[in-house]
Design a protein around this ligand. Structure first.
Ligand SMILES: C[S@@+](CC[C@H](N)C(=O)[O-])C[C@H]1O[C@@H](n2cnc3c(N)ncnc32)[C@H](O)[C@@H]1O
Length: 290
């Protein structure tokens, strides 16, 4: 009989962050000293904390009107993760703050798989959390994102983390275009991270749709790997997909290399109800056998 892959629940979180509660399609969180409320489509249940607790939030994000801030609430502040410093920022254009604490299990894998001088390609790298974790651990990262402001923010995080001396390549480019070019140039990577949004745009406006282009991008990733890769992580969210789908996709790409493949959900536990887990994204992660 075929053995089904075990689906994992990988629990994220960092000391500077707490998921306090969730429910009624919203979540109450603490980033550093700032508590805030954002929409959370997956929180179908009732909140565990009282209305009074929720009303203490200093900032609330509404899908239709954006952020509403209490007097004195900062617009940007620093969060620490080990020796790294990430700037949290409330912007008019996004409900995201620049850091996804549920990704912490991936950061552990990046640290574990690091070997001095190995090259890591971070596609859709956003504000650079994974890139800086990798640089600190000894990888030589190349960070690719279509958004100039996101890459500028990532570079600020690099300086705030005292990692200016680390060899990081910062690239503002469409992910697919960049990988194609690297294949042609004969440039190869020992590890790849992919964190594609459901929908996005390259710097010259061309549209990215994960369900249409992911399989082609993974095929390009296969071509840009060294003959002895160490790591490949794929994370997706907000799409109609399951971790088994990601397991299948990565299984095909990494079949020639043996190694270990796992898939599952990235989740966070709640301060108010630790046995309730909030699922935030799905992933598949391939690592070389030690
Ligand atoms: C939500 S973020 C990924 C989160 C990030 N890896 C982290 O853990 O902090 C998705 C990123 O994809 C970028 N993006 C969207 N379309 C893109 C494209 N076609 N090529 C490259 N980056 C793109 C966006 O600018 C955004 O920064």
């Amino acid at each position: 009989m075929t053995e089904a892959p075990a689906i994992q629940v990988a629990l994220g979180g960092i000391p500077a962050y707490e998921l306090l509660d969730s429910g009624n399609r919203r979540k109450l969180e603490r980033f550093g000293s700032v508590t805030l409320i954002r929409g959370e489509p997956k929180a179908w249940w009732q909140p565990a904390l009282s209305k009074r607790d929720w009303n203490r939030a200093r900032a609330v994000h509404h899908e239709d009107t954006g952020w509403q801030l209490q007097p004195g609430c900062p617009r940007s502040w620093d969060l620490n993760e080990g020796n790294l410093t990430f700037r949290a920022r409330i912007s008019d254009t996004s409900k995201h703050l620049g850091l996804f604490p549920e990704q912490a299990p991936h950061w552990q894998a990046i640290r574990k798989m690091a070997t001095p001088g190995a090259r890591l390609l971070n596609l859709f790298g956003y504000t650079g959390a994974a890139t800086l974790v990798a640089a600190e651990a000894g990888w030589q990262p190349t960070h690719v994102d279509a958004s100039k402001p996101a890459v500028a923010w990532a570079r600020q995080n690099q300086s705030a983390s005292n990692l200016d001396q680390k060899p990081i390549r910062w690239i503002v480019e469409d992910a697919m275009k960049y990988v194609r070019r690297e294949i042609k140039r004969g440039s190869r990577y020992d590890g790849i991270l992919l964190d594609p949004p459901a929908f996005g745009r390259g710097p010259d406006g061309n549209i990215w749709k994960v369900e249409r282009q992911l399989s082609e991008l993974l095929d390009l990733c296969r071509q840009v790997l060294t003959p002895r890769p160490r790591l490949l992580i794929l994370t997706t969210y907000n799409i109609e997909a399951s971790s088994l789908m990601l397991h299948n996709l990565l299984g095909d790409v990494m079949k020639p290399y043996g190694g270990h493949l796992e898939a599952g959900e990235l989740a966070l536990s709640h301060f108010a109800k630790p046995d309730r887990l909030l699922p935030l994204s799905i992933y598949a992660r391939w690592t070389v056998k030690p």
